[in-house]
Design a protein around this ligand. Structure first.
Ligand code: SMG
Ligand code: MG
Length: 382
């Protein structure tokens, strides 16, 4: 479905673009196999015109540890190579076409594409969920649990999320914190708990036998055990490990997803719009997997309410049959930049308003903002 099919009043004209940098503390440190996050270094793009503001939130972290992108680098490539391509009538679709020649930098592309998409959908009075083809009004919510100092700490943290009502628990693992923590959680919480693990590429193919010990715990999946580039090695690993392999970091586009599925590198995919260049490419991956009966779920990058709202719209598509890392605002922040997303019976509601369906609390957002700048390359072009 194209956005103009819904358009009630003609396209809005973009008159200004702003780039905002902000920061917000996490409620607790989040440790993965690649590092510890204690705060979120934020970059938002605001596309405005005719009284409408479209918002995008960049998912890159402050350091290039999850992937090669990092938030200051995103700002640089946006300013130098992407924002100058935007004109008053640029749409998400035309922008995506125009940056096809820029290699990589998916997270930078995604934040601008999302702001453009939100702008045009708000102008047309259409929700992002409707635009993408959402079939659910609320989505099942999972939570990602960081590596803890001890198994005792892990059990306490998991108990807290279990009591909150999360419907699926994901444990971050790394060599030295894998089999025993998983065993402890499985034993303590029983066989009915939906449980999965995420290694963030911390293992090698030679660890296959070690990882096969996880087969004893009836996990939903093991996420990204091997390095991003080693897609074919995952197909080898899948021959040794019975637990389904899910790829995250490796899946950079619908084409990579197709190839990974074709060679048996994974049987489940974690879709993160930021990692694949935006919601249009994310939908393509969904459609491909849906057609093939491959389950997908929506990943998370510690987003504030702006990014979370958009992810919920995506997670409402019919192929998202597994709970995602779409947790409530309180799992991340003492106060969110939007009205908080709250868990109700383990679900989050999908916003229904135009575009991403939620507005930031500007007073609060301003209070955590380091700088907001009008983008000159855009204004100079008009
Ligand atoms: O948003 O709840 C969230 C984070 C979920 O574990 C999560 N994300 O590899 O899937 C992943 C990680 C990447 C971010 S870690 C800082
Ligand atoms: Mg992951």
């Amino acid at each position: 479905m194209r956005w103009h099919e819904h358009d009630r009043s003609g396209p809005r004209v973009i008159t200004e673009i702003r780039l905002r940098r902000a920061h917000i503390d996490l409620v607790s440190p989040f440790r993965t196999s690649f590092g510890v996050e204690t705060a979120r270094d934020l970059l938002y793009i605001e596309v405005s015109g005719d009284g409408v503001i479209g918002w995008g939130e960049c998912v890159a972290m402050s350091e290039p540890m999850y992937s090669s992108e990092y938030v200051d680098g995103c700002e640089e490539v946006l300013r130098r190579f992407m924002l100058p391509l935007v004109q008053s009538n640029t749409t998400a679709e035309s922008f995506t076409e125009s940056v096809r020649g820029i290699r990589g930098h998916s997270m930078a592309k995604a934040v601008l594409e999302t702001a453009l998409l939100d702008f045009q959908l708000r102008g047309a009075g259409v929700s992002l969920g409707t635009f993408l083809g959402a079939t659910q009004t609320r989505v099942r919510s999972g939570v990602s649990v960081g590596i803890q100092p001890s198994i005792e700490d892990l059990l306490r943290v998991v108990q807290g999320y279990f009591d909150d009502g999360y419907l699926r628990i994901k444990l971050k693992i790394e060599p030295g914190f894998d089999i025993e923590p998983v065993r402890a959680v499985r034993t303590t919480f029983g066989d009915d708990l939906l449980l999965q693990v995420d290694a963030n590429s911390a293992y090698e193919l030679s660890d296959a036998k070690h990882l096969a010990q996880l087969d004893a715990f009836n996990l939903l999946l093991i996420e990204q055990p091997l390095p991003e580039e080693q897609v074919a090695s995952h197909a080898q690993l899948a021959k040794v490990v019975r637990t389904p392999i899910c790829l995250d970091e490796s899946i950079l586009s619908a084409e990579v997803a197709r190839e990974a599925l074709d060679i048996g590198a994974c049987s489940i995919i974690n879709i993160k719009p930021g990692r694949v260049g935006g919601y249009l490419e994310a939908k393509k991956i969904h459609d491909l997997c849906y057609e093939r009966g491959v389950p997908v779920w929506c990943g998370g990058m510690l987003e504030t309410g702006i990014g979370r709202a958009a992810n919920l719209a995506l997670a409402a598509l019919p192929g998202f049959t597994l709970p995602g890392d779409t947790s409530a605002s309180a799992r991340y922040f003492r106060r969110d930049v939007t009205a908080p997303f709250e868990l109700r019976n383990g679900h989050l509601d999908v916003p229904t308003g135009p575009g991403i369906g939620i507005d930031p609390d500007l007073d609060f957002l301003d209070s955590i903002t380091d700088r907001v700048e009008r983008v000159d390359s855009f204004s100079a072009a008009h």
